[in-house]
Design a protein around this ligand. Sequence first.
Ligand code: SAM
Length: 225
Amino acid sequence: MHFSIISVVPELLESPLGHSVIRRARDWGLLEIECIDLRTFGLGAYRQVDDYPYGGGAGMVLMAEPLVNCIEALKSKRSYDLVIYLTPDGERFDQHMANRLSLQHNLMLICGHYKGIDQRVRDHWVNLEVSIGDYVLSGGEIAACALVDAVGRLIPGVLNDETSALSDSFQDGLLAPPVYTRPAEFQGLPVPDILLSGHQVRIEDWRHEQALQRTTERRPDILRD
Ligand code: SAM
């Protein structure tokens, strides 16, 4: 799977996409991530990428021309399934969307900055707008990293144990059950006996009950869905 990420601060993408599971996926050739500095498509001697908003008001807007030049340059090299703009007023990102996107091959992500990007780019070059939650970040880079991480770990072969992602929260409509590791007792706090019993069927039943209880208490909205 290939991601092309357009950003005015590509340095922000380096660490989250350069370590742990995503780093391994890249090393193994399961995931390609290309970060493009929008300024290389900037206009004039100063590589301008932003300008004042028409109608006045605070903040700058990323201009259409550098963005479209960048999008078209990327499209001339590969065919993209989707061009995604990260934005707080987009469709809410969740595990269902992550599952859906993990089936695609080539995704382009546009990170906004300042007040956002010129609306004409959104109207004519973007196919999907995605929000990672009802709050406003300074730029789309953190949102892009969240999306790439959540989608990337679903690609077959990326996780050591393929079944691991299936037992994570939201995959089966439930939150994940509690987990414990050694020692069996820590500062007088024991691990539930059932987990030490060796009865795999009963352990799975217990986990399911715990997941159900946790979801009922914390996210009854998921159960209703
Ligand atoms: N003026 C915009 C608004 O009120 O909707 C917010 C602009 S925000 C300061 C700058 C950029 O951060 C946006 O263009 C977007 O790319 C990104 N961003 C901010 N919050 C986000 C969120 N919740 N989900 C996805 N991207 C977000």
